[in-house]
Design a binder for this molecule. Structure first.
Ligand code: SF4
Length: 714
């Protein structure tokens, strides 16, 4: 009750990219309760089971890392901060001096704060002079970035969550919103109560999200581009396009060449509903129906997607093909009509995409390959422009390959758990054993097992920071309580090591580093189209959607009067001529298709109770009890054929590894016959020993959603 609370402080939820607002109740330096923030426009007071568990999480200190540790004679032993940080600085300095800046690396997270990401970018690119900075967001939304960049010339969605309340048709593809974005799903459900509002679900697996579906498209895994092209075909074939919009606001391209609408039509002839039916396994009538529902001129159409789309080797192409539907019909940049990709992590947008903790990026959506961008950041940082290498070095999977080869000799992992989350992990284990590995985290993880130094981190409201969510909303949180033991914020850890490496001049923050760093970052966002507001604005408000110009946030980009960068009508100003691109993309299928030897398609994903590798959620007794171990979902036809019952132990075997799991037939998810689904949260049963590390050639995001396996009773 509020009379038992000394103070309430607002914060975005620690878990997913939805960015729900919570109020944290504190008494005697303890979080005593957490509740939904009714004033936050994202969730209006509602939370999902993870959000409601935040209070319990903050008090789950029993297993917390509270002391720095270093490895001595093969064993991790407790030490003090000075010893641990000196060791890191000494090793990093030695490798930089002996082998060059590219011999060291940092692997960060979409769960780091904006300030932490900015400091890492400045440290690696501006001070050390290497692009060996990557981020786990590579594993979840790099393909969405690739889609927005190629189609519109700028990353991140043009729409916002309020589009949900304005949409008449939801096209949900590759997203189990009911479990992975439950609060947004609840907003969709409330909207769907209006009987005129329809939902199309395109997914190979039946999930809880299907409860609201009006049209189910259970396509074969890896056939998304074929389905989307077939919908485009019908939209054009039945005259459902907005030709005026296409002429005014788009170009069409195939294999890098300009094409006209007729040529695009010819390209799509390979994807008539009948032909696409062979690739997708769908009924051609359903494809036509979906196209008519989407393109109905009376409806506002909102596309929503996430990892089911992004985690494929055709992830960028699928994103492009979704954008095509909106551009062909002109259903974009207006309330209710938008392609809105859903982000996984709480600050995958704010920290990974916007600050740019990827090898190829610089702050405020700049890229290292662009000379002007390097010059702008060099000026901003007060360094020589030649310090920033002009070529990206390693994307995530390539970085771990470089570690395997010994080309990278030191790795600092912050707020993420690659020993559980990297696909095909057997291949990368040796590298983690050999590299000088620093891990900053709050609890022991699979990755800390390999660490030479473990740094105990402050968690969420034990520190101050800023997150950026899916709808471009930047949200601030204050420090509410002290971290347990000697745990310290990652930001403090980065700044200390930067100073010990001799870069103190570049990191002069003193009184209030979080504010000073944010203001420094903000300055380089102004005039870029991603303008941020002064720090205090975020302390007061429930977040603001960028660009924020003259104190006003932007609900919808590229359209006047919402977007201050557009004078009139619509302008996709990420492109030199203000026009977006409709791409003719071919369906190429997955990297590894099932065959006689490995006849099943394996897909991995999440359950609502657990956050990613469950480092935090397994500490909450109720969440642990609700789903304590992972399992493999099997279609009943396959189970019957193989004489498998729910609860039997089965073995999944791929070309890369194997794993024993409990079988589950029926329940919260039902994959199609020939498909298996395994949640990846369970550290005792690492499904990433089995998955494939093939990546999208452009986004470099791995194909977690499809690999070939065989299954037998154990
Ligand atoms: Fe937190 Fe996401 Fe649940 Fe909202 S939907 S309460 S942000 S985990």
């Amino acid at each position: 009750a509020s009379n038992e609370v000394d103070k309430w402080t607002k914060a975005p939820c620690r878990f997913c990219g939805t960015g729900c607002g919570v109020l944290v109740g504190v008494k005697d330096d303890k979080v005593v309760t957490v509740k939904g923030d009714k004033k936050n426009p994202v969730n209006k007071g509602f939370l999902c089971v993870k959000g409601y568990s935040l209070g319990k999480l903050m008090n789950a200190t029993e297993n917390r890392l509270t002391k720095p540790q270093i490895r001595r004679n093969g064993r991790l032993v407790e030490t003090d901060w000075e010893t641990a940080l000196n060791l890191i600085a000494k090793k990093y300095r030695k490798y930089i001096d002996n082998y060059g800046p590219d011999s060291v690396s940092i692997y960060s997270s979409g769960q780091s704060t904006v300030q932490e990401g900015y400091v890492l970018s400045k440290l690696m690119k501006g001070a050390i002079g290497t692009n060996n900075l990557e981020c786990n967001a590579r594993l979840c939304m790099a393909s969405a970035v690739g889609g927005y960049l190629t189609t519109f010339g700028k990353d991140e969605p043009m729409g916002c969550y309020d589009d949900i309340e304005n949409a008449d048709l939801f096209f949900i593809i590759g997203a189990n919103m009911a479990e992975c974005h439950p609060i947004l799903y609840a907003r969709v459900v409330r909207r769907v109560r209006n009987s005129d509002v329809k939902v199309i679900m395109a997914d190979p697996r039946e999930t809880r999200t299907h409860k609201i579906s009006d049209l189910d498209l259970f396509m074969k895994p890896g056939s998304d581009v074929a389905l989307l092209n077939a919908i485009s075909y019908v939209i054009i074939d039945e005259g459902l396009i907005d030709e005026d919009f296409i002429n005014k606001h788009t170009h069409l391209k195939q294999n890098g060449k300009e094409i006209n609408l007729d040529e695009f039509k010819s390209f799509l002839k390979d994807y008539t509903p009948k032909k696409a039916a062979k690739i997708t396994g769908l009924d051609p009538k359903d494809i036509r129906k979906a196209a008519r529902m989407f393109a109905d001129p009376k409806r506002e159409s909102l596309s929503l997607w996430t990892m089911g789309v992004n985690q494929q080797v055709q992830g960028v192409f699928i994103n492009n093909a979704i954008h095509n539907l909106h551009l062909l019909t002109g259903k974009i940049c207006r309330p209710g009509s938008s392609p809105l990709s859903l982000t996984g992590q709480p600050s995958a947008c704010g920290t990974a995409r916007e600050v740019g903790t990827f090898t190829h990026k610089l702050p405020a959506h700049r890229i290292v390959a662009n000379k002007k961008h390097r010059e702008e950041m060099a000026k901003h940082w007060g360094i020589d422009v030649d310090k920033i290498p002009s070529k990206p070095s390693y994307h995530t999977m390539a970085m771990f390959e470089a570690i395997n080869r010994g080309d990278i000799k030191a790795l600092w992992v912050t707020t993420t758990n690659p020993a559980q989350s990297l696909p095909n992990f057997n291949k990368y284990r040796k590298g983690l054993e050999d590299v000088f590995l620093v891990v900053s985290d709050v609890y022991p993880t699979e990755t800390t097992k390999y660490a030479d130094v473990i740094l105990p981190s402050a968690m969420w409201v034990e520190k101050e920071g800023v997150f950026g969510n899916t709808e471009r909303r930047t949200q601030h949180f204050e420090k509410a309580v002290d971290a347990p033991g000697d745990a310290k914020p990652d930001l403090w850890q980065f700044l200390e090591v930067a100073r010990k490496l001799g870069y103190g001049d570049l990191f002069p923050y003193k009184d209030h580093p979080e504010r000073e760093i944010f203001e420094e970052y903000r300055e380089c966002t102004l005039g870029t189209g991603k303008d941020l507001a002064p720090y205090d604005a975020y302390r007061q408000k429930r977040g603001l959607m960028w660009p924020v110009v003259d104190g006003n946030e932007t609900a919808r980009r590229y359209v006047a009067p919402d977007d201050p960068y557009v004078k009139e009508g619509i302008e996709f100003y990420g492109k030199p001529d203000g026009k977006a691109i409709i791409y003719a993309r071919e369906n190429k299928g997955p990297a590894e298709s099932p065959d006689e030897k490995y006849p099943f398609v394996l897909s991995t994903g999440r359950v609502v109770e657990h956050w990613h590798t469950a480092t935090m959620t397994m500490q909450v007794p109720e969440l642990k009890k609700a789903v304590s171990e992972t399992y493999v979902e099997i279609h009943e036809d396959d189970a019957r054929r193989l004489n498998i019952r729910s609860g039997d132990i089965v073995k999944l075997i791929s070309r890369r590894g194997e794993l024993e799991l409990k079988a589950k037939i029926g329940g919260r998810g039902v994959p199609q016959p020939g498909m298996l689904f395994v949640p990846f949260f369970d550290r005792k049963r690492l499904i990433n020993l089995v998955t494939i590390d093939a990546v999208d050639p452009s986004s470099k995001e791995p194909e977690y959603k499809i690999c070939a396996v065989k299954m037998r009773k154990a």
